[in-house]
Ligand binder design. Structure first.
Ligand SMILES: Nc1nc2c(c(=O)[nH]1)N[C@H]1C(S)=C(S)[C@@H](COP(=O)(O)OP(=O)(O)OC[C@H]3O[C@@H](n4cnc5c(=O)[nH]c(N)nc54)[C@H](O)[C@@H]3O)O[C@H]1N2
Ligand SMILES: Nc1nc2c(c(=O)[nH]1)N[C@H]1C(S)=C(S)[C@@H](COP(=O)(O)OP(=O)(O)OC[C@H]3O[C@@H](n4cnc5c(=O)[nH]c(N)nc54)[C@H](O)[C@@H]3O)O[C@H]1N2
Ligand code: SF4
Ligand SMILES: [Mo]
Length: 689
C-alpha cells in the first residue's frame, strides 16, 4: 500500500502544532502525530486529530461561480470568464471605493500577495483581516507600551513559570496544546490563577479562580498594582532604568476606588481571593507569566486592558526574562503572520507605518512601482461594513479572502445588508458560506493541505505548510489566484512568482523581522522572529536588554482608568451576554461542522444560564428560549448550570442555525476598532408554544 506521511502544521489555532497528514492514493485520509514539534511534542487536540475531514468534503468549491444578474443564481464558470469579469469591474473603481479583506486562515505568502495586490493593483490602503475582531488590541496595546505588538515570550516559558496568571483565556479549549504547557507548570507545583466569568475547563484547573463580571478587568489589574505599590513589592530598578511614566501610573492606581473592598464590589469577587492573587504575584515575582486572550481584547476598552497587563508585568520586572512576559494566545493559525505581512490598514509588511514617507518610498522602490498608497491609514474591517451599510456610495467593491463576516462579525442583520449593498463582491473561499451567497464572483481556493507555505504561531514561530494532495477540481492556491487577476489587469510583472517559496523570498527582503528566515532553515523546528540575518538563530524572548521600538529603549507606563462596557444592563435587558468558542468547533463552522467526528459530539448551539437565574426565570435545562438584544433575536436551547456567574449568559458563536452574532453589539474600541463581543446586555423569553 502506498501511504505517505507529510509533516505540516495544524491549520486551526495559533498554538501551531506539528502533525503528519496521512496520504493514500493522492488523498489525505488521516492525521498522525509528529514527534518533532517543539510546541506539541507529538500530542494533538480533537481539531488536530479529526479536523482534517473537511479537506475532501464533497462540498469543496471546485470551479469559480458567477452570479446570474437576472436570477441571482451562482453558476459554475471558467477561470477565464471569472477573471475577465473581475478585471473589468476592478478597473471601474477608485482606490477609496475598495475594501479588501485578507485571511488569517491563509499562509504568509497568500497574505503578502494580498496586501501587495491591494496596494499595487487597487492602489488602496483599505485592507484588513480578522485580527481586527480578535487581537488587534494586543498589537496596538503592546506596541504602545513595549514598541512591539507581539507576545514577549515563548510557550517554553509557560512551562517553567512559578505563577501562570491566565486572564480572559480558555486555553484548554481554545489553545489546548499551549494549555498543556501550562499544565506542565502546574505539575511542577506552580500556582495557576484564572480570571474568567465562567467556570471553564481551564478555570477548573486553577488553584485560584477569580470569577469577575465581564468588562471589569482594568479594575482588577489596577487593584493588584495598587497593592504592589503600597506594599513596596515593585521592581524599583527595572522601573527606574527601563520605563517612563511611572508617576502617572502610580497616582492613578493608588486611588481609593481601586481598593480591595471597592474592587470586590465592582467585580463581584471576594476580597480574600483578590488578596491571595496579589500575594502570589509578589511571591512569584520574576517568575510570573501572564496569558491573555479574547476575554481581555474583545471589549471597548480592549487596548487599555492589554496595556494594564503590560504595566503590571513591567512594574514587577517580569519582562525580558524567562518564565515571564505578556503572552497573548493569538487565535487563528496565522493571525500573527497576517499582521506581520502587513494585511492591515496602517502598516506595510514588518509593521512599517504607512504614515512614514520613508517606509512608503522603500516599499515602492522594492516593488518597482512609482509610489504606494501612504499617509492616512485605510479603513478597518468594522468601518468597511459600517460604510457599506450606511453609505454604499462610498465603498462599492469588496475582495474578500477566507473570511465569513456574515457569521463572524457582530450584528449579523447589519452585515447581511452591508453585503447586499456591495456593488461588486468577490469572495475567495474553500466552501460556499453564509457570505459567498452575496458574491458576484466566488473563487475556489486551495486549503492548507494542498499548498506549500509558512505560517507564524502565537510565539512568533514561523513554520511550514507542506503540500500533501492536489486541490479539488480547478481550485488554486490563493496567491496564484491574485497573480492571475493581476495579470488580467496588466500588473503581471509585479507578481511574477513561480512557486510559493519565491513569494517568501520576496517578502523577507522587505520585512526586517523575517530577513534571515529561509525555507531551508525552516526544515527543523521553525524559527521565531525577529531573525535579522541568515546566521541568526531567531528570538525566543523579546525586550531582554531594551524596548528597541521605543524612545530611549524604555517602556511607556501611563494612567488607565476602569470604564464600563458600551452597553450595560437595565430593566429591559437585565443580563450580561458573553460569547466565545468551544473546543469542538472553529469560528464560523465552515470547516469543523463538516468534520463528522467533531459535529457529532457537538451538533448544536446552547445558552449557559446560572441555576439561580434559571429558577427565577422558570427556565428548565434543555428548554428552547429566545435570546434577544437591541439588535435581534435567536432561538437556542438553555443549559442550566452552576459553571457561569449569576446574571451572566454565555453562547458559542459557531452555529449557523443559532447565530450568536444576531444579538451582539457592534460597539468597538476607539483605537483598535475591535468589537465588544465579550459583553452586551440581553434578555430571554420562553418560546411560544
Ligand atoms: N476550538 C476552538 N479553538 C479556537 C477557536 C475556536 O473557534 N474554536 N478560535 C480561535 C480564535 S480565532 C481565537 S481568537 C481564540 C480565542 O480563544 P479564547 O479567548 O481563549 O476563547 P473565548 O471563548 O473567545 O474567550 C475566552 C474566555 O474569556 C472569558 N471572558 C468573557 N468576558 C470576559 C471578561 O470581561 N474578562 C475576562 N477576563 N474574561 C472574559 C470567557 O468566559 C472565555 O472563557 O481561540 C482560537 N482557538
Ligand atoms: N460572537 C462572537 N463572534 C466572534 C468571536 C467571538 O468571540 N464571539 N470571535 C471573533 C474572532 S476571534 C475571529 S478570529 C473571527 C473569525 O471569523 P472568520 O475568519 O470569519 O472565521 P472562520 O470560520 O475561521 O472563517 C474563515 C473562512 O475562511 C475559509 N478558509 C479556510 N481556509 C481557507 C484557505 O486556505 N483559503 C481560503 N480562500 N479560504 C479558506 C473558511 O471556509 C471560512 O469561510 O470571528 C469573530 N467572531
Ligand atoms: S492546539 Fe491548536 S494547533 Fe494544536 S492541534 Fe489543537 S487546534 Fe491544532
Ligand atoms: Mo480570533
Amino acid at each position: 500500500m502506498d501511504i505517505k506521511y507529510i509533516t505540516t502544521t495544524c491549520p486551526y489555532c495559533g498554538a501551531g502544532c506539528s502533525l503528519n497528514l496521512v496520504v493514500k492514493d493522492g488523498k489525505v485520509i488521516d492525521t498522525a502525530p509528529s514527534q518533532r514539534g517543539p510546541v506539541n511534542q507529538g500530542k494533538l487536540c480533537p481539531k488536530g486529530i479529526f479536523g482534517f475531514e473537511f479537506i475532501n468534503s464533497p462540498d469543496r468549491l471546485t470551479t469559480p461561480l458567477i452570479k446570474d444578474k437576472k436570477t441571482g443564481e451562482q453558476k459554475p464558470a471558467t477561470w477565464d470568464e471569472a477573471l475577465t469579469l473581475i478585471a473589468e469591474n476592478f478597473a471601474k473603481y477608485k482606490p477609496e471605493e475598495f475594501a479588501v479583506i485578507s485571511s488569517a486562515r491563509c499562509c504568509n505568502e497568500d497574505n503578502y500577495a494580498m496586501q501587495k495586490f491591494a496596494r499595487v493593483v487597487l492602489k488602496t490602503l483599505n485592507i484588513d483581516h480578522c485580527a481586527r475582531l480578535c487581537h488587534a488590541p494586543t498589537v496596538a496595546g503592546l506596541a504602545k507600551v513595549f514598541g512591539s505588538g507581539a507576545s514577549t515570550n515563548s510557550f517554553d516559558d509557560l512551562a517553567i513559570a512559578d505563577l501562570v496568571f491566565i486572564i480572559g483565556s480558555n486555553n484548554l479549549e481554545a489553545h489546548p496544546l499551549a494549555g498543556r504547557r501550562i499544565m506542565e507548570a502546574k505539575r511542577r507545583g506552580a500556582h495557576i490563577v484564572v480570571c474568567d466569568p465562567r467556570v471553564t475547563p481551564t478555570a477548573k484547573q486553577a488553584d485560584l479562580h477569580i470569577q469577575h463580571f465581564p468588562g471589569t478587568d482594568i479594575q482588577l489589574l489596577n487593584c493588584f498594582m495598587k497593592c504592589m505599590i503600597e506594599n513596596d513589592w515593585i521592581d524599583h530598578e527595572f522601573v527606574e532604568i527601563r520605563t517612563f511614566g511611572y508617576e502617572d501610573l502610580r497616582k492613578c492606581v493608588t486611588q481609593d476606588k481601586y481598593s480591595f473592598e471597592n474592587t470586590s464590589a465592582v467585580t463581584g469577587v471576594p476580597v480574600d481571593s483578590l488578596k491571595t492573587a496579589a500575594e502570589w504575584l509578589h511571591e512569584c515575582a520574576h517568575r510570573t507569566a501572564f496569558v491573555h486572550c479574547l476575554g481581555i481584547t474583545q471589549h471597548t476598552v480592549g487596548v487599555d486592558n492589554v496595556r494594564s497587563i503590560a504595566f503590571l508585568q513591567t512594574i514587577l520586572g517580569n519582562i525580558g526574562i524567562p518564565g515571564c512576559g505578556v503572552n497573548a494566545l493569538r487565535g487563528q493559525n496565522n493571525v500573527q503572520g497576517s499582521c506581520d505581512m502587513g494585511a492591515l490598514p496602517n502598516v506595510y509588511s514588518g509593521y512599517q507605518s504607512v504614515m512614514n514617507p520613508d517606509a512608503a518610498k522603500r516599499v515602492a522602490a522594492y516593488w518597482g512601482v512609482d509610489s504606494v498608497p501612504e499617509g492616512k491609514p485605510g479603513l478597518h474591517l468594522p468601518e468597511m461594513l459600517e460604510i457599506l451599510y450606511e453609505h454604499p456610495d462610498q465603498v462599492k467593491c469588496m475582495y474578500l479572502l477566507g473570511e465569513n463576516p456574515v457569521m463572524s462579525d457582530p450584528n449579523s442583520k447589519m452585515v447581511e445588508q452591508a453585503m447586499e449593498n456591495c456593488e461588486f463582491l468577490v469572495v475567495q473561499d474553500i466552501f460556499e458560506t453564509e457570505t459567498t451567497r452575496y458574491a458576484d464572483v466566488v473563487l475556489p481556493g486551495a486549503c492548507f493541505a494542498e499548498e506549500d507555505g509558512t505560517q507564524t504561531n502565537a510565539e512568533r514561530r514561523v513554520q511550514r505548510f507542506r503540500k500533501a494532495q492536489n486541490p479539488p477540481g480547478d481550485a488554486k492556491q490563493d496567491w496564484e489566484i491574485m497573480k492571475m487577476i493581476a495579470e488580467k489587469m496588466g500588473f503581471g510583472k509585479y507578481f511574477a512568482w513561480e512557486k510559493t517559496e519565491d513569494v517568501f523570498n520576496e517578502m523577507r527582503g522587505i520585512t526586517p523581522q523575517y530577513a534571515g528566515i529561509t525555507y531551508a532553515k525552516l526544515e527543523g523546528d521553525g524559527i521565531q522572529w525577529p531573525c535579522p540575518s541568515e546566521e541568526h538563530p531567531g528570538t525566543a524572548i523579546l525586550h531582554v536588554k531594551e524596548f528597541a521600538g521605543m524612545p530611549e529603549g524604555k517602556a511607556q507606563l501611563e494612567a488607565v482608568e476602569h470604564r464600563p462596557p458600551a452597553e450595560v444592563i437595565d430593566a429591559e435587558y437585565p443580563f450580561w451576554l458573553t460569547t466565545g468558542a468551544t473546543i469542538w468547533h472553529w469560528p464560523s463552522g465552515s470547516m469543523t461542522r463538516r468534520c463528522v467526528q467533531l459535529d457529532r459530539d457537538c451538533p448544536a448551539a446552547w445558552l449557559e444560564i446560572n441555576t439561580a437565574d434559571a429558577a427565577k426565570l422558570g427556565v428548565k435545562d434543555g428548554e428552547k428560549v429566545v435570546l434577544y438584544s437591541r439588535r435581534g433575536e435567536v432561538e437556542v436551547g438553555a443549559r442550566v448550570m452552576n459553571d457561569i456567574k449569576e446574571g451572566v449568559f454565555f453562547m458559542p458563536f459557531h452555529f449557523t442555525e443559532a447565530r450568536a452574532n444576531l444579538v451582539t453589539n457592534t460597539a468597538y474600541d476607539p483605537v483598535s476598532k475591535t468589537p465588544e463581543y465579550k459583553v452586551c446586555s440581553v434578555n430571554i423569553r420562553k418560546k411560544e408554544a
